[in-house]
Design a protein around this ligand. Structure first.
Ligand code: P6P
Length: 335
C-alpha cells in the first residue's frame, strides 16, 4: 500500500505485514539503514568543507585507494547495524572478510546477513559528483545459534529478501525493495525525514540512453562493440544518448526513471568485468527485476549466478527490458 508523502517509517509499518517473514526484524533493519544513510549523507554534503577528502592513505581489498569518506561510510553502516543487533553478519567492499556480529545476549540468534558497498563511486567524491550506498539482505542459511559462515554470504541473488541503494545526489534518496515492487524515498534535510516521493518505480520498457565507459571500447568483445555501434547508428529512434556518470547508483537511478541500459562488460583487460556480484550487481539486479527491468551477466541472469567468492566480479548489463534483450541478441551472435 503506498500513499505519496508517507514517511519511510509509516511506509515500513504499513507494509510490514506484506513481507513473508514479517517478524519486525527486517523493518528494524531497514530503519537501521535509514539512520546510517542520514549520518553518511550529512558527511557527504559537507565533504568539501572538512578535511575528509582525499585518500585515507590506505587501500581496500580491491587494491583501490580508500577515500576517507569510504572509511567513514563503512564504519557508520557497520556500527549502526551492529548496535541494532538485528544481523548475524556483515560483508563490505571495504572489508577483506565478513564480520561476525557477536550479539552476546542473543547468542547468534539474529537471522539476517547484510552485504554493502558503503560508498559506491567514491572516486567522484573529490569532484562533487553524486555517489551512493548499495545494500543487499539475506536470511542466514546456517543454523541459528551458531556463528555465521561464508556460506551465509555466498547465496545467489534470487535468495535476497531485500535490496536497495541510497543516492547522495542533488537530493538524497533511499530506494529499496523487499520483493513487492520498488519505492523511492527523498530526504527532507530540514526535518531529517525520508518521504515517499517515487512510489512503485518501474523501468520504461525501452529507452534512448546507454551508459558504458567507452574509453574501454577497444578492449570490449565484439558483441558489445556491435551493440554500441547499433546505439550510435542513425536509424529509427537512434542514435541514442550516451550518459555515463561513473557512479553505478546514479546511472542506474537515471535509467530507471528515464529508460536506459547500463553496461560494465568484461574485456581483454578485465576478464570478469569490474563490478562485484554480491554487493553491487545482485542488489541492483533485484531492484531492476522488481521494476520490470532486466539484469544479465552476459549469457545468464545475474541473480541465478552461484557466488564462489565474497569479492568476485561479473560482467553486468542492466536496465530497460527491450534494450537488454537487444544487447543479448548481439552477444549471442558470438556464442
Ligand atoms: P570505470 C565505481 O567505482 C564503480 O564501481 C561504479 O559505481 C561505476 O559505474 C564504475 O565503477 C566506474 O568504473 O572503470 O568506468 O571508472
Amino acid at each position: 500500500m503506498t500513499q505519496k508523502n508517507q514517511t519511510l517509517g509509516e511506509f515500513i509499518i504499513d507494509n510490514q505485514s506484506s513481507f513473508q517473514y514479517s517478524s519486525g526484524e527486517l523493518s528494524k533493519l531497514i530503519n537501521a539503514i535509514r539512520l546510517a544513510a542520514k549520518v553518511v549523507n550529512h558527511q557527504v554534503n559537507k565533504a568539501g568543507l572538512v578535511d575528509i577528502l582525499g585518500a585515507a592513505g590506505d587501500t581496500n581489498v580491491q587494491g583501490e585507494d580508500q577515500q576517507k569518506l569510504d572509511v567513514f561510510a563503512n564504519d557508520k553502516f557497520i556500527q549502526t547495524l551492529r548496535n541494532r543487533e538485528i544481523v548475524c553478519g556483515i560483508a563490505s567492499e571495504e572489508e577483506d572478510s565478513f564480520i561476525t556480529i557477536n550479539s552476546n545476549d542473543k547468542k547468534h540468534q539474529n537471522k539476517y546477513v547484510v552485504l554493502i558497498d558503503p560508498l559506491d563511486g567514491s572516486s567522484n567524491v573529490d569532484v562533487n559528483v553524486s555517489v551512493g550506498t548499495i545494500f543487499s539482505i539475506y536470511r542466514r542459511i546456517t543454523p541459528v545459534g551458531t556463528p555465521v559462515t561464508l556460506e551465509d554470504f555466498l547465496q545467489p541473488g534470487n535468495k535476497q529478501v531485500a535490496a536497495g541503494y541510497v543516492v547522495y545526489g542533488t537530493s538524497t534518496m533511499l530506494v529499496y525493495t523487499t520483493g513487492d515492487g520498488v519505492n523511492g524515498f527523498t530526504l527532507n534535510p530540514a526535518l531529517g525525514t525520508f518521504y515517499l516521493s517515487h512510489p512503485n518505480m518501474q523501468f520504461p520498457e525501452t529507452g534512448k540512453i546507454y551508459s558504458v565507459n567507452e574509453g574501454n571500447y577497444v578492449h570490449f568483445h565484439q558483441g558489445v562493440k556491435d551493440y554500441i555501434k547499433y546505439c550510435q547508428q542513425e536509424e529509427g529512434d537512434r542514435p541514442y544518448t550516451s550518459r555515463y556518470i561513473g557512479s553505478l547508483v546514479s546511472d542506474f537511478h537515471r535509467n530507471m526513471i528515464k529508460g536506459g541500459i547500463y553496461m560494465y562488460p568484461k574485456s581483454s583487460v578485465t576478464e570478469s568485468g569490474k563490478l562485484r556480484l554480491l554487493y553491487e550487481c545482485n542488489p541492483m539486479a533485484f531492484l531492476a527485476e522488481q521494476a520490470n527491468g532486466l539484469a544479465r551477466g552476459g549469457r545468464n541472469r545475474i541473480m541465478d549466478i552461484q557466488p564462489t567468492e565474497l569479492h568476485q566480479r561479473v560482467p553486468f548489463f542492466c536496465g530497460s527490458r527491450k534494450m537488454v534483450e537487444k544487447l543479448q541478441e548481439f552477444l549471442d551472435k558470438y556464442h
